[in-house]
Write a protein that binds this ligand. Structure first.
Ligand SMILES: C[S@@+](CC[C@H](N)C(=O)[O-])C[C@H]1O[C@@H](n2cnc3c(N)ncnc32)[C@H](O)[C@@H]1O
Length: 277
């Protein structure tokens, strides 16, 4: 079975009519069983919108539209591929669900996408990384056949025979200094914590209060989960917080030891956010 070569950085000159196309990657289709596996890994939900960047004969978008009834957009620079996509779409009766764009994948606006699939080469994945971070909303998924994203480690990877699949979820940028107040028995504890983040990996340090420790922190899409410990009268009191970030605000819930959940609001200090890629 034909596969993309592991190492290739060459631009492929292809002639269509009297035009020369500079393709970054040659056409090699993903086998259908791998297409199905890629789509399953992304946990498609109603309302998702999938973009296949370098869509070849359209098999990923057509399968996603048919199987999951979601809107899909296929992008390919090669007009021959787009023509094949249109024929295959008619055969599969999914014309109302799919759109094809003959365009360079780097010129396509991805802000409406919630899933991006790719079967490109390593150097193209790397070139694409900042575009994915800049344009996709937190929580969007990226699925790649065979090629990873270097230091942006996949959240999930699987091997199927000689095929590898990599899945990422775009994380919100939670870096910076965050402040909030929690009622803690008879006092109000003022929290000031600093989050450092690199891709989806984050580390929090407590600036105040001095009697609090960070036990765990995770970021998935726009959801932050934080486990703290407060030392009070020689007792270690666990505090669980979870919330969603929008801009410079977090809104969620917290729970101190065995007490009930209460609302949690946090805000980020102006200009404390940093680049995470
Ligand atoms: C390896 S094939 C993948 C096809 C399909 N996504 C699949 O997995 O079956 C890569 C595709 O990317 C297209 N391509 C290469 N460079 C491109 C670019 N700069 N912009 C858009 N499409 C490109 C090629 O024409 C080819 O169809």
């Amino acid at each position: 079975m034909e596969k993309l070569p592991c190492k290739s950085t060459a631009i492929i000159e292809t002639v269509r009519g009297n035009k020369i196309l500079n393709l970054d990657v040659p056409f090699v289709p993903t086998p259908l069983e791998i297409v199905n596996e890629m789509l399953e890994m992304t946990h498609i939900r109603p309302g998702d919108r999938l973009y296949d960047l370098g869509c070849g004969d359209g098999r990923i978008v057509i399968t996603a539209a048919k199987k999951y009834n979601i809107d899909c957009i296929g992008v390919d620079l090669d007009p021959r591929r787009i023509q094949e996509c249109r024929i295959n779409t008619l055969k599969a009766s999914v014309s109302d669900k799919v759109t094809f764009l003959q365009s360079d994948l780097f010129d396509v606006d991805l802000r409406e996408a919630s899933i991006v699939s790719i079967y490109l080469l390593s150097n193209i994945n790397l070139k694409l990384r900042s575009k994915l971070f800049n344009e996709l909303r937190p929580g969007s998924r990226v699925i790649s056949h065979d090629f990873n994203m270097d230091r942006w480690l996949a959240d999930k990877s699987v091997s199927r025979g000689n095929h590898s699949l990599f899945l990422w979820t775009i994380p919100a940028n939670m870096s910076g200094n965050w402040r909030w107040t929690l009622p803690f028995f008879s006092e109000n504890l003022k929290f000031n914590i600093e989050i450092k983040q690199h891709f989806q990996k984050a580390h929090a340090s407590i600036i105040t209060p001095e009697n609090a420790l960070v036990k765990a922190l995770s970021i998935c899409g726009d959801l932050i989960r934080l486990k703290l410990q407060i030392i009070s009268n020689r007792h270690r009191v666990p505090v669980h917080l979870s919330g969603n970030i929008t801009g410079d605000k977090i809104k969620g819930r917290f729970r101190i030891s065995g007490m009930n959940y209460e609302n949690w609001y946090a805000s980020r200090e102006k200009n404390s956010k940093t680049n995470i890629i």
